[in-house]
Design a protein around this ligand. Structure first.
Ligand SMILES: *Cc1c(COP(=O)(O)O)cnc(C)c1O
Length: 391
């Protein structure tokens, strides 16, 4: 199939009635051709050449030596904790401002998640609070199996501070880079920090395999262990021999083919997300009390652009703009509801400054998808301008 323009998706996202969505899949003829080729090659599942190639290509892109493609990012976080030897009763340190998957991985591994607050500017793990938390846990005699910093909305956490702190405490770091493919910080790619990193290819992420993830690391043994655990811990004999409890966590060859097409378009998709962010920055530049979350992070992949509204200075709340856009068929969302406020984690230990709760109250995430058309972006901009004019 001839594909003229490699950099465009081209097909509209599935939407209900012209609704502008936050971050829908961005799919087009290149994906179709890769998927069809994989299907016609007979390599449908479980493994195959596209799976091997996808692992190599993603590892190369993020500067890691080894990778294992998985059914989800959540599976990757869980496997990383298991492979690092997490035991029941251990602690896993998790930012309170994240998607629930980060915390769930700790629970799946039998560990207790301990939540740490974020820096207000970025929403990323606060290194000072992390330092304090590790110190407290050490004094309490708790074993910390891992720290899972999250690259919030595609802006890398402060690894220049986090990695030495964790090294001094003897605690491995697993980078939750689920949102961050394509981001860089201090010349290093998201996915290259810590003992291992985990990427997500869920439908709303920067690239998608419709559902999928990958664990990347320079540690060949760790990745081999994860690959083994992800395939039901099968011993290399024909009669299905098992000495460990494994999981069914691999990505299929078909979905890897979809991922390879997406990866070829990654730079173009990043450029479009960045353009959305720049447009929002201009729209709100003259509005008092409004800033962009993780402003000035030129290395962010701009997965989602969020504004933070100080109601005292702005004279309105993030929720007011959300309502204005909702009736105009434009999707927005608050930033993540912090884990320590989630009923499922009530009673969990949390080390807090109030920053995550303020971002939850005052943040608003705006449509940021790489497949958003010019017309849709204009509609969003006009609706926001209309809202600001009325204030
Ligand atoms: C999406 C996401 C995950 C989970 O990835 P899945 O592929 O959906 O399982 C984990 N952590 C964060 C921060 C995410 O945004």
């Amino acid at each position: 199939m001839a594909v003229r323009e490699q950099d465009t998706g081209g097909w509209p996202a599935a939407t209900d009635g012209g609704r502008v969505l936050l971050s829908p899949p961005d799919i087009g003829p290149l994906e179709e051709s890769y998927l069809l080729n994989a299907l016609r090659s007979g390599w449908v599942a479980p493994v195959g050449p596209d799976l091997d190639a996808f692992e190599r290509e993603v590892a190369a892109r993020v500067g890691r030596e080894h990778a294992v493609a998985l059914a989800s990012g959540t599976a990757g976080l869980h496997l990383a904790l298991v492979a690092l030897g997490t035991l029941p009763g251990d602690v896993v340190v998790v930012p309170t401002l994240t998607f629930v998957a980060t915390a769930n991985a700790a629970v799946y591994a039998g560990a207790e998640p301990v939540f740490v607050d974020c820096t207000p500017e970025t929403g990323n793990l606060d290194p000072d609070l992390l330092d304090r938390t590790l110190d407290e846990l050490r004094r309490a005699g708790r074993r910390v199996a891992a720290v899972l910093p999250v690259d919030m909305f595609g802006s890398c956490a402060d690894y220049a501070r986090i990695l030495p702190l964790c090294a001094a405490a003897g605690v491995p770091v697993v980078e939750d880079a689920a949102e961050a493919l394509g981001a860089v910080r201090n010349g290093r790619a998201a996915g290259s920090f810590g003992r291992a990193a985990v990427l997500s290819f869920n439908g709303n992420k920067i690239i998608t395999t419709s559902g999928g993830g990958m664990l990347v690391s320079d540690d060949a043994d760790l990745v081999a262990r994860c690959r083994y655990l992800a395939t039901q811990a099968r011993q290399p004999v024909v009669h299905y021999e098992h000495t460990d409890t494994g999981y069914n966590y691999r990505l299929s060859n078909l979905l890897a083919a979809l991922g390879r097409a997406q990866l070829r378009r990654l730079d173009g998709m990043l450029a479009r997300r960045r353009a959305h962010r720049e447009r929002y920055a201009k729209l709100f530049a003259a509005t008092p009390g409004v800033r962009l979350l993780a402003d000035h992070d030129s290395g962010a992949n701009c997965w989602l652009t969020s504004i933070v509204v100080d109601p005292e200075h702005a004279g309105w709340r993030a929720a007011d703009l959300a309502r204005h856009l909702a009736v105009r068929n434009i999707e927005t969302r608050p930033v993540w509801k912090p884990m320590h406020l989630q009923p499922v984690f009530s009673g969990a230990h949390a080390v807090l400054s109030g920053a995550a709760e303020r971002l939850f109250a005052d943040g608003l995430t705006l449509p940021s998808g790489s497949g958003m058309t010019e017309h849709q972006a204009d509609r969003v901009a006009a609706a926001i301008a209309d809202f600001l004019d009325r204030r």
